[in-house]
Structure formats: C-alpha cells, structure tokens
Design a protein around this ligand. Structure first.
Ligand code: ADP
Ligand code: MG
Length: 360
C-alpha cells in the first residue's frame, strides 16, 4: 500500500444524547486536523489526523477529501479501499450509504453513491472500453455470505495467478451506469436485512463489503488495466461487557475483535515496509482485502465517533485505532508514480516509528 489517509468524523449529537448531557461533547476542537480528548486518567491528549470532520461536515466534504483520489486511480488500475470504523451508532453506515442508498437528497448521499457516480463519470469521459462488475458480501463469524444471492452463505476465498485473490462463486453483476449499480446494491442491502432476521443478527456485528471491479482498456497503449474499489462498513468496534456475554454474543465479540486487530496489523505491516510478514491470512476480512490493500493501492480509513461524553471511552478507543494507523503511514512523498498495478516497495520512516513509540 502506498498511502493511507486517516480521517475522523464526529456525527452531530443525537436527540437522546442531547437530552442526557445537553450540548456537552467529549472532545475539544483544535483545528481541522486535531482535537483534544481526555484519556482514562483525565489527562488531555492531542490527536491529529489527515482531517477531522465535525458535526457540520457535509457528506460531500468527506467524499471529496478521502474518496476522489481513490476513484480516479481505480480506472488506471490502482486498487482502492475505503473503510469506516467505529462503535455501533457512530455514523459508519450513514457515511457509506446516507439515510438510504436509493432515495435520499443529493446533500445526504453517501460515499457509495458518490463513488459509483464518479466512477461511471470518469469511465464515460475516457476514450477506452470498460466494464464494471459489482459484488456484495458480508462477513459474520468468519463466514462470507453473498448478499446478492443468499443461498451462498459460506463462500471460500481463493487465489489464482490470473485473478489474484477472489471470493469463489460470489455473484458478480455487470453494471452499466450508476442507477443500475445502486439498484443492485439496494437489493444486497435488503438481503442483508432478510438474513439478519433469519439469523437473529444485528448488522453491526458483521462487516459489509461493496466490491467494484473495473476493467479499463485505454486506446492509447492498448493495455487493459484492472482496478478494484472495495468499500467496507465494518462491524461495530465496541467492546462487549466482559461480564454477562456468553454464547453467540461472546463468539461475535471475539471474532470481531480478532478481525479488527488483524486489519490494524495488516495496515501496520504494509505501511512500515515489513511486506514479507503481512498477516493477511489472520482473518477473512484481511484476506479478502489483500489485493485491495497490497501492491500499489490507496486506502482511506474513516474513524466514526459519537461526540457524546457518554460514549467517550469508545471514541477514545476509535481515535487510538486511527492514530496507530496514521502514525505509521508512509509519507506522501513516497507515493510512487504508478502507471499500472505492479507491486513496488514503500518507505516507512524511523521518525514515524519513534513518534508512535512515544505516543502510544
Ligand atoms: P453505525 O453504522 O456506525 O452503527 P449509523 O450510520 O447507523 O451508525 O448512525 C447512527 C445514527 O446516527 C443514524 O440514525 C444516522 O442517521 C445518524 N447519523 C450518523 N451520522 C450522521 C451525520 N453525519 N449526520 C446526521 N445524522 C447522522
Ligand atoms: Mg451501521
């Protein structure tokens, strides 16, 4: 991975939170990149990111900052990943889909719709030929379920020389424009809801992946470039109460923790240049994302937080996850000039490692 952009988004206080604590929030704004938060010992800690979005941030602000470069690169064969992280209720799905993937006003439209619009816009204005295929899966208790065909509830992840990493048998639908893509995705979202009631599963306990494969044949050099964009709405990162959790709830919590730490470890290994030891195989999530994160790729992590003091411990934990990812990233200067989907080494700097050791 050549670079990872890490942003934080505080959603507005909910009605309930406002009722409980008035306008109080758990952070102090320093500037557009930094905030101050009290840690467990009531000491002020400064957190800095590529960007902090506050409650007044628009969906378009989030999209423009973290997704635009990813879409324009994908049609040139560079893989991209956008991940939303945070506790349940922090705004992950809102950031991804807006209030509804099909029916919402332009202002509230989420990352998924904007990525799709931009993707087709770019492809239509390019001279070459192209195809876009989409898949949609969710990972629950380390099982991969096809959201475009619920009969496929335990898909296997495989690797081949020609296809790289792929989800064997996952439904792939060719789509020709935005509304075609969004119709199919909304079917996937509806299927997710059906599966949930059958399995008694809350969507916050599974990871949801929107996968777009783009083939783009440029007329100028006659090379077909294959790029993939994966958008990931992660399972809630909240810790389950240590006492009381048992059976399925405990299993869920353990698998979620395991896969979220696997994700952190993979990003860590990729961005510090330890590319011989990237633990992609530690979870289904990281294994599926192997192509999208490894090699020449771009990634963006949106850490979603509730601003409420009542959620302060979870927000602190989310900010720490984002910090671990951000502090170890390769400097933007080391982003290689890429023309194709070839693997190049990236640079990690000792300064960043030192900084991380001091802060964490
Ligand atoms: P998550 O997916 O992280 O569990 P949601 O995206 O479902 O959380 O958000 C929880 C609630 O907060 C929803 O009712 C959602 O509409 C609202 N919400 C989240 N982010 C925002 C925002 N930026 N602006 C307005 N409402 C938001
Ligand atoms: Mg959600």
């Amino acid at each position: 991975m050549s670079n990872v952009t890490v942003c934080v988004r505080f959603r507005p206080l909910s009605h309930k939170e406002r009722k409980a604590n008035g306008d109080k929030v758990c952070f102090r704004k320093l500037d557009s990149e930094s905030i101050v938060v009290k840690d467990e010992r009531e000491e002020d800690v400064i957190f800095s990111f590529d960007k902090v979005f506050y409650e007044d941030a628009q969906q378009s602000d989030v999209y423009n900052f973290l997704a635009v470069p990813i879409v324009s690169d994908a049609i040139n064969g560079i893989n991209g990943t956008i991940i939303t992280y945070g506790q349940t209720g922090a705004g992950k799905t809102y950031s991804m889909e807006g209030p509804s993937i099909l029916h919402c006003n332009e202002q509230k439209t989420g990352l998924v719709q904007r990525v799709v619009d931009e993707l087709f816009g770019c492809l239509r204005s390019s001279a070459g030929t192209w195809t876009v295929k989409l898949s949609m899966v969710e990972i629950y208790l380390e099982k991969v379920r096809d959201l475009l065909d619920l009969s496929k509830d335990n898909l296997q992840i495989k690797e081949s020389k020609t296809q790289g990493i792929y989800i064997a048998g996952a439904t792939e639908i060719s789509v020709v424009n935005s509304s075609d893509a969004l119709e199919n995705l909304s079917q996937g979202i509806a299927n997710r809801a059906v599966g949930e009631t059958q399995m008694n599963l809350a969507s916050s306990r599974s990871h949801c992946l929107y996968i777009f494969s783009v083939q783009h044949g440029s007329t100028s050099d006659e090379r077909v470039k294959v790029g993939k964009i994966v958008l990931v709405d992660l399972a809630g990162s909240e810790k389950v109460e240590k006492t009381g959790a048992e059976g399925r709830v405990l299993d869920e919590a353990k698998t979620i923790n395991k896969s979220l730490s696997a994700l952190g470890n993979v990003i860590n290994a990729l961005t510090t240049g330890k590319q011989n030891h990237v633990p992609f195989r530690d979870s289904k999530l990281t294994r599926i994302l192997q192509d999208a994160l490894g090699g020449n790729s771009r990634a963006a992590l949106l850490c979603c937080c509730s601003p409420s003091p009542s959620n302060a411990p979870e927000s602190l934990s989310t900010l720490r996850f984002g910090t671990r990812t951000k502090l170890i990233k390769a400097s933007p200067k080391s982003i290689p000039e890429v023309v194709d989907n070839v693997k190049k080494p990236i640079l990690g700097t000792h300064d960043q490692d030192d900084l991380r050791d001091r802060i964490l």
